[in-house]
Design a protein around this ligand. Structure first.
Ligand code: SF4
Ligand code: SF4
Length: 387
C-alpha cells in the first residue's frame, strides 16, 4: 500500500502565511476532519528541547504550532500543547521559544508531560515495556510537530524521534542506559514508542532547519518547506531524500526498513503538492556518522581499540565550557566528571569523559548550553571515510 506525504514550499514564518500553508498541506491529505473529530482533545507535540529564541531553530517555530492549533479548532477539536524536555523546565522553555504565547493567545492548555507510567507493549521489537507520560495517553490523539534538525546519535531528528518527548524528562536517561552503546536498540525503542503512541498526523517544520552541531547548538539553515503525513516513517524517508542523505545513515529508518514499520521505500510513497526535486536542499551539513556498533562482538582489546578508532565520540571545547555541570548531571552512565588539571601552581577544573564507559548517547552534547560539546569522528574513520 502507498503512503502519502504532502510537501509545500514555505519561505517565512508569518502567522498568516504559515496557517494558510498548513491548512493546504493537510488538505492535500484529505483535510483535518480525517484526523480530528469534533470534541476530541488533541495533543500537539512540538520539539521543545530547550528555551531558545525561535530564530535559533532549536524548537518548532511558534507560527507552526499556532497554525496546527487553529486547524484543530477548525475541525471542532480541542488542542493542548505539551512536551517534556530532557533537562529544561517545560514551562520556561515554552515561554522562551514563543510557544507559551501561542497557548495564551488562543486559550490553549499547556501540558508538561511529566507523570511516568509503564505500559505493556507486546508488539515492541526492541522493548516489551515502555515508560511514557500519562498526560500523553490521556489525550484522544496526537499531532506530532517536529523540527528538522541534525542529531549526533540519530543522525537527524525528524518525526519518529520527536515522540521521545512523550517520555517524561528524567526517564529518558534510563532508556539510554537500557539501550547502551547499541544505536540500533535505541532506534528500536524510539520506533516502538512511535508505533505505540501512533500520532494521527506528523507535520514537520522545515522552513528554517538546523544543520551541523544539532540538535541544540547547530546552525539555522533555510530549507523552505513544510511536509506532512499520517505515516511518520514515510515522512522522515521523504525528508532524508530531500536532504540528499542515505536512508541507512539514519538508525531509525534503517530499523524501520528492517522490521517493515511504515513505508521507507520512495517508490511506495505518493508525494502530493511539491515534488521532492522542487524542494531539494543542497549542501546540508550532517553530523559525523556514529557507527558505534561496528566493533560489537569482537573479543577483548581489539573490540575496545577498534571501537575507539571508529566511533564518533563527544569532544569538549574547553575554551567554550563554563563548567556549569549540566552535562555531568545528565550523563546516563555517570561517565563525566570535573577534575583539576594542570601543574601544581595553575591547577584548573576541567570536564572529563571516561570514554571506556561512555555509551555515545550524546545527551551531554544535546544539553550543553554553551555549544562546547560536539561529535568528533573516530580517527580511523577519518582516514578511511568509507568505513
Ligand atoms: S554542559 Fe557544556 S558548558 Fe556545561 S560543564 Fe558541560 S561542557 Fe561545560
Ligand atoms: S559522556 Fe556524553 S555521550 Fe558519553 S555517556 Fe555521557 S552523556 Fe552520553
Amino acid at each position: 500500500m502507498l503512503s502519502e506525504v504532502s510537501i509545500l514550499k514555505c519561505a517565512e514564518y508569518s502567522n498568516e502565511a504559515v496557517y494558510i500553508k498548513v491548512r493546504e498541506l493537510i488538505g492535500l491529505l484529505g483535510g483535518i476532519k480525517r484526523f480530528v473529530k469534533k470534541g476530541e482533545r488533541i495533543l500537539l507535540k512540538p520539539n521543545l528541547l530547550t528555551g531558545k529564541h525561535p530564530d535559533k531553530a532549536v524548537t518548532t517555530h511558534p507560527a507552526v504550532v499556532r497554525a496546527l492549533a487553529l486547524v484543530v479548532m477548525d475541525a471542532g477539536g480541542v488542542p493542548v500543547i505539551g512536551d517534556s524536555p530532557a533537562i529544561a523546565n517545560a514551562q520556561k522553555a515554552a515561554e522562551r521559544c514563543g510557544i507559551m504565547d501561542v497557548a495564551s493567545d488562543l486559550s490553549v492548555e499547556f501540558l508538561e508531560l511529566k507523570t511516568a507510567v509503564d505500559v505493556e507493549n507486546q508488539d515492541g521489537t526492541a522493548f516489551k515495556r515502555l515508560r511514557l507520560a500519562q498526560e500523553a495517553l490521556d489525550c484522544d490523539g496526537i499531532i506530532n510537530i517536529p523540527k528538522l534538525k541534525t542529531h549526533a546519535q540519530m543522525f537527524l531528528t525528524l518525526g519518529v524521534k520527536n515522540i521521545f518527548g512523550c517520555v517524561p524528562g528524567v526517564n529518558k536517561a534510563q532508556w539510554h542506559l537500557a539501550a547502551g552503546v547499541d544505536t540500533s536498540s535505541f532506534a528500536g525503542m524510539l520506533l516502538d514508542l512511535f508505533l505505540y503512541l501512533k500520532p494521527r498526523l506528523t507535520v514537520i517544520d522545515a522552513v528554517v532547519s538546523m544543520e551541523g552541531n544539532g540538535p541544540a547548538n547547530g546552525t539555522p539553515k533555510d530549507t523552505g518547506f513544510i511536509a506532512a503525513s499520517a505515516d511518520g516513517v514515510a515522512l522522515d524517508s521523504a525528508v532524508v531524500e530531500i536532504l540528499g542523505a542515505k536512508l541507512d545513515d539514519c538508525p531509525i529508518l534503517k530499523r524501520a526498513k528492517a522490521i517493515n514499520a511504515g513505508v521507507t521505500d520512495l517508490f511506495r510513497i505518493k508525494i502530493l503538492g511539491e515534488s521532492i526535486e522542487a524542494v531539494r536542499v543542497h549542501g546540508f551539513r550532517f553530523p559525523p556518522l556514529i557507527s558505534a556498533n561496528f566493533a560489537a562482538g569482537l573479543p577483548g582489546f581489539l573490540d575496545r581499540r577498534l571501537r575507539k578508532a571508529l566511533t564518533s565520540r563527544p569532544h569538549i571545547d574547553h575554551s567554550l565550557c563554563t563548567l556549569c555541570d549540566v552535562c555531568i548531571k545528565v550523563c546516563p552512565p555517570n561517565k563525566m566528571d570535573k577534575t583539576a588539571r594542570g601543574g601544581k601552581i595553575r591547577k584548573k577544573n576541567r570536564i572529563t569523559i571516561d570514554y571506556d564507559g561512555c555509551i555515545r548517547c550524546f545527551c551531554c552534547q544535546e544539553v550543553c548550553p554553551s555549544g562546547a560539546i560536539s561529535a568528533k569522528e573516530g580517527w580511523l574513520k577519518k582516514i578511511i571515510p568509507g568505513l
